[in-house]
Design a protein around this ligand. Structure first.
Ligand SMILES: Cc1cc2nc3c(=O)[nH]c(=O)nc-3n(C[C@H](O)[C@H](O)[C@H](O)COP(=O)(O)O)c2cc1C
Length: 176
């Protein structure tokens, strides 16, 4: 059941050193590519980073208090989520409506990626506290693109525990 898969997803910050097979990563990207995007711009781009460059990302783009994120060094893969922003949808329409459609799009796509990773027995953790300018430079990402998040990927060292969630009453309001 889908809800079982969703419940299994936890942020994983300790990984085995085993590499992640390329087919697994590609299947996660495929799941992400099926995500809806505003005006179907399909603006999300995935940089899959391993090895020395991944370590440089951790050393040069993470590490700032109060969320040092140094644990990410253990992850065999970091996926850098980028959005190739489109003039009409992501600048004009977004400006008119005050909604960052590119951020909505990349959030949905990123979570598709994450849930497929869970399905394959992988662990992930979203990263939102990093030096964006430095990261864009390291990966040579075009100036007009945004980089809203990174996601660590690898085989979890431990079985993730259950998650406590706030009572649903606090999250939902019915109106008519
Ligand atoms: C947009 C976003 C950014 C996040 N940034 C970080 C981060 O920089 N470092 C980190 O350790 N966890 C980060 N997280 C993970 C959250 O801390 C985590 O999802 C939350 O505590 C709930 O735990 P769970 O994912 O195990 O359910 C981020 C999550 C999201 C969705």
């Amino acid at each position: 059941m889908f809800v079982e898969l969703v419940r299994k997803r936890r942020s994983v910050r300790e990984y085995k050193s085993d590499p992640v097979p390329r087919e697994m990563l590609e299947s996660c990207v495929e799941a992400a590519r099926y995500a809806p995007t505003a005006c179907n711009t399909q603006c999300c781009r995935f940089f899959i980073v391993e090895g020395d460059l991944k370590n440089r990302i951790v050393q040069e783009c993470l590490g700032e208090p109060p969320v040092p994120n140094r644990w990410a060094l253990q992850a065999p893969v970091i996926v850098v989520l980028a959005t190739a922003r489109n003039l009409v949808t992501h600048r004009l329409a977004a400006g008119l409506k005050g909604i960052r459609y590119d951020l909505v799009d990349s959030g949905i796509a990123g979570e598709h990626f994450v849930l497929q990773a869970v399905e394959l027995g992988l662990g992930t953790c979203w990263l939102g506290w990093f030096k964006k300018k430095r990261l864009k430079k390291l990966l040579d990402i075009p100036a007009g693109w945004d980089v809203p998040a990174m996601i660590t990927v690898g085989f979890p060292l431990n079985e993730p525990g259950d998650k406590d969630i706030k009572p649903v009453d606090g999250a939902v309001e019915y109106r008519r």
